[in-house]
Design a protein around this ligand. Structure first.
Ligand code: NAD
Length: 472
């Protein structure tokens, strides 16, 4: 949006900050469940009480409609908080596991211990959710946390930078605002875990910095998430759901359907239905719709412009609807392209904007082959009435997650891990998976002192060797 973005808060000395948080962690203050519950409860209070400020910041950064901000950002953080609060005792309880008979008499258990001081680096597209949801997991696991919101969504960054210290334990949780130099200064420090969400180029920078300290990383990246429309899919429902997921947040969603592989027999009907859905959702002029977000800045608007077909280059595809934009408020119309070749600019990179290329395929196997010839995507969507066709896609492709006959929903199910695979990411979070991402699952075996048979110790006589070979 065109409102002037606030400048980031004055830079913080990263090593002084990390030292302070390390002292807090070493004091043991963050370990008790009461402390964790209190932080989570306060985080929920922040989201509830500051909804107007957060919503205003999201509107200023992305023109995000208030209801979209609620559903996709605030409600999701609250779900993560509530899930953690409801399960904290269960998740943190030492988990007894069986003991092999050779180690009896004894006990074995898995203990989830906090990692220490962790760093969360967030991007600009869902800047509240992608900063706070990883923090929920890190706090539930008993860690100290530094959050680095994106400088690109500067209003939200400033709002979080102001609110988080007001609500959360100042000695255990901190926000550092800023761009590349500030993030780089943070990355020079030693962390006990880094969760980074953003593009793969910076993901490599994060991983290289973490490698210097052998710090484990979770990388939540992106890529081109395909949607497959089979011949017998309910085309109207598929088109409506794809249009919803594609144009949500003006396409700036990591798990938005990037492009559609549509069975040639239903291509025409699918395109017509997507165009109809756009009109149903946003009216004849989406520019005037209160339910349609804006591109985050002029740089991204121009990046998207370059993905539209060049006049005279038919391989780039044909604009069926959309293509209009307005530099004044960074509007980019919901757009559908057809007859797109695989060489078109729009098929070379993650679109991350409201352009839907439609590619016709002769059958399901071609769609599967198309997906498998490219990087493993973050999400994969398949619409079909045929269970065996769905299984064919699920079994013969690899992706971070799959949603059948809908899009995006798997992200909002706290019972399944969310993360990518290969170039779309490493590691996962949400719900219990998030708690475990920020925990060390320590195996503990306890033996009784007696008996203590000498057969296990040197010197290894022929008899002892025979016994050990026989029974181990
Ligand atoms: P961005 O530009 O906001 O960058 C993300 C973070 O990296 C920011 O905090 C930024 O300060 C930091 N950063 C940027 N350049 C850096 C550098 N050179 N060194 C160190 N830190 C640096 O966001 P983005 O990368 O444009 O985000 C969009 C991408 O994120 C898309 O690819 C999208 O698919 C992906 N994404 C993934 C998820 C997920 O959950 N998997 C969610 C949202 C977005």
């Amino acid at each position: 949006m065109t409102t002037t973005a606030p400048s980031p808060a004055s830079s913080v000395d990263a090593s002084v900050l990390v030292d302070r948080l390390r002292r807090t962690f070493a004091s043991g203050r963050t370990r008790p469940l009461e402390w964790r519950r209190e932080q989570l409860t306060r985080l929920r209070a922040l989201v509830n009480e500051c909804e107007p400020e957060l919503t205003a910041a999201l509107a200023a950064d992305l023109g995000k409609p208030a209801i979209e901000a609620f559903v996709t950002e605030l409600a999701f953080v609250k779900l993560e908080v509530d899930t953690a609060l409801a399960n904290l005792e269960h998740w943190t309880a030492p988990r007894p596991v069986p003991v092999p008979w050779k180690q009896k008499p004894g006990r074995a258990r898995i203990v989830a211990e906090p990692l220490g001081v962790v760093l969360v680096i967030a991007p600009w597209n869902y800047p509240v959710q992608l900063t706070l949801a990883p923090m929920v997991a890190a706090l539930a696991a008993g860690n100290c946390v530094v959050a680095k919101p994106s400088e690109v969504s500067a209003h939200t960054s400033a709002t979080l930078g102001r609110l988080i210290p007001q609500y959360l334990d100042h000695d255990a949780v901190a926000v550092v605002e800023g761009g590349v130099p500030e993030t780089q200064a943070l990355l020079d420090e030693r962390w006990d875990h880094i969760l980074y969400t953003g593009n793969g180029t910076v993901g490599r920078i994060v991983m290289a910095a973490a490698a210097k300290h052998l710090t484990p990383v979770t990388l939540e990246l992106g890529g081109k998430s395909p949607v497959i429309i089979d011949r017998d899919a309910d085309v109207d429902v598929a088109a409506r759901r794809v249009a919803w997921g594609k144009y949500l947040n003006a396409g700036q969603t990591c798990i938005a359907p990037d492009y559609a592989l549509v069975h040639a027999d239903v291509e025409e009907r699918f395109i017509t239905a997507v165009v109809r859905s756009i009109r149903e959702f946003f009216g004849d002029d989406p520019h005037r719709s209160p339910d349609y977000a804006r591109i985050v800045n002029g740089r991204h608007l121009r990046r998207l412009e370059h993905l539209l077909p060049e006049p005279g280059r038919s391989a780039d595809g044909t604009v069926v609807v959309g293509g209009e934009r307005d530099e004044h408020d960074w509007y980019f119309a919901p757009t559908v392209l057809r007859d797109v070749s695989t060489d078109a600019p729009v098929m070379q990179e993650e679109i991350f904007g409201p352009i839907l290329p439609v590619i016709a395929v002769p059958d399901l196997q071609h769609a599967v082959d198309f997906v498998n010839a490219r990087d493993k995507p973050l999400a994969l969507y398949v619409f079909s009435a045929d269970e065996s066709a769905v299984e064919q896609v699920v079994e013969h492709t690899s992706s971070g997650g799959v949603c059948v006959n809908h899009v995006v929903l798997h992200f909002m199910n706290e019972n399944i891990p969310f993360g990518g695979v290969g170039p779309s990411g490493t590691g996962a979070y949400h719900g219990r998976t998030g708690f475990e991402t920020f925990s060390h699952l320590k195996g503990v075996v306890s033996r009784t002192v007696k008996p203590d048979p000498k057969v296990a110790y040197p010197p290894y006589s022929a008899f002892k060797r025979a016994v050990l070979r026989r029974y181990l």
